[in-house]
Every structure is written in structure tokens, then in C-alpha cells.
Design a protein around this ligand. Sequence first.
Ligand code: PRP
Ligand code: URA
Ligand code: MG
Length: 217
Amino acid sequence: MKIINFAETNSILNQYVAEIRDVQVQNDRLRFRRNIERIGEIMAYEMSKKFAYSQKNIQTPLGIAPVQTPDNQLVLSTILRAGLPFHQGFLSYFDGAENAFVSAYRKYKDTLKFDIHIEYIASPRIDGKTLIITDPMLATGSSMELSYQAMLTKGHPAEIHVASIIASRQAVEHIAEMLPAEKTTIWCAAIDPEINEHSYIVPGLGDAGDLAYGEKE
Ligand SMILES: O=P(O)(O)OC[C@H]1O[C@H](OP(=O)(O)OP(=O)(O)O)[C@H](O)[C@@H]1O
Ligand SMILES: O=c1cc[nH]c(=O)[nH]1
Ligand SMILES: [Mg+2]
């Protein structure tokens, strides 16, 4: 399993990560969503360097221009609801991708214990394609694992990219165990050291879905 952590490289992406974490800035929902989207755009660009390319001869008004363009058949899959702005960032760059949506939410049994419920999936067939699953937060990694399993009902991808913004160390280890190592890459903007008793990432940023779209009852 390959793990790419953008926190190890200085770039403007870190500014957007700082803003979504910052309690003084993160409550501006429009800015929060846009920062998540911008991180998605940058990650998509970096990810595109790993795709397979071939030369296309493009007819211009004045001649033929050889251009190397990617050949991967992309399926962008996102986990509702916090995944939506992240997905949009990827889709801005990978505008030819097919799209999939999976719902995953924590159903609490008491204040600390919960199960992840997957109730909705809308996806094309994914056999032989490049599956990119986006979710800004990987805390326990369970939502990602179960969403990936739900996607397998639609076929078997040739390669898998798990894209997140803040992942806990535990979630990275969990996904490394649960997804096929030989064809999976985890992309993240930061790996945080722990999760608390409510399974929130520490220091993390709080609740990404609520920050993007408001609290739910
Ligand atoms: O790794 P896990 O422990 O499964 O936690 C991470 C999940 O929690 C968040 O979604 P949440 O369940 O809060 O739903 P929301 O996006 O609707 O707020 C987040 O977007 C992930 O999907
Ligand atoms: O830290 C966390 C954990 C789950 N969901 C979030 O949005 N944040
Ligand atoms: Mg949430």
C-alpha cells in the first residue's frame, strides 16, 4: 500500500488545511467548503501524475499537436455528506469521470458506541476502472472500509485511490489492512496521531459534515 502525505511537502495546500482546522476561520461555511474543494483540486492534479498516458494527435487550426493525455477510466466515488465538496474539487479537474455516491453515517447506540450504516449507493460498473474514493475525514476508517465494500457490489476496480484530508494514524493502518495493498494508494493532507473516546480525530478539525452543511438533529 502506498501512502502519500502532503504534510511532508511545503505547498499552498497547507494553508487551506490550516484554515479548515482553525476555530477562528472554519465557521465560515462557504470558505470551509471552498477550502475542501481546493484541496480536492490540488490532490486531483497530483494524482493525475500517476495515471497511464498515451499520445493523442490533436488537430489545431494550423496543424497537428502531439499531446500526452491520461487513459484511465475514472470513477469518483464519495461518501455523503462531508465528501461532497471534496468530490467537487476532484470533479473540477477530472470532468470526464463517472461518479458514485455512497451514504454512510454513524448510528449511535449510546453516547460513545455506534455502527456505521450504509443505506444508499448510486454507482456505475467499476470493473477494470480507476476507483477514487473521497472522504475528507478518516477517523476509525470504518466508513471508508464499508463504503469500499459497498462499491465492490458494482465490480472490481483495477486500482484504488483513497483520498482524504485528515486521517488518523489508526485509520491509515485499518485501511492498509482492509483494502488490497497491491492496488491501493492512500492520499492525505495530514495524518493525526489519535482519535478520542467519541472517535473524533485529535487535533483534527471537528465535524466536517456539520462545518460544511450545518448541524443535524
Ligand atoms: O472513519 P470513521 O470513524 O468512519 O469516521 C469518518 C466519517 O465521519 C464523517 O462522516 P459522518 O459520519 O460524520 O457523516 P456526515 O458526513 O454526514 O457528517 C466523515 O466524513 C467520514 O465519513
Ligand atoms: O474527527 C472526525 C470524525 C468523524 N467525522 C468528522 O467529521 N470528524
Ligand atoms: Mg459529520
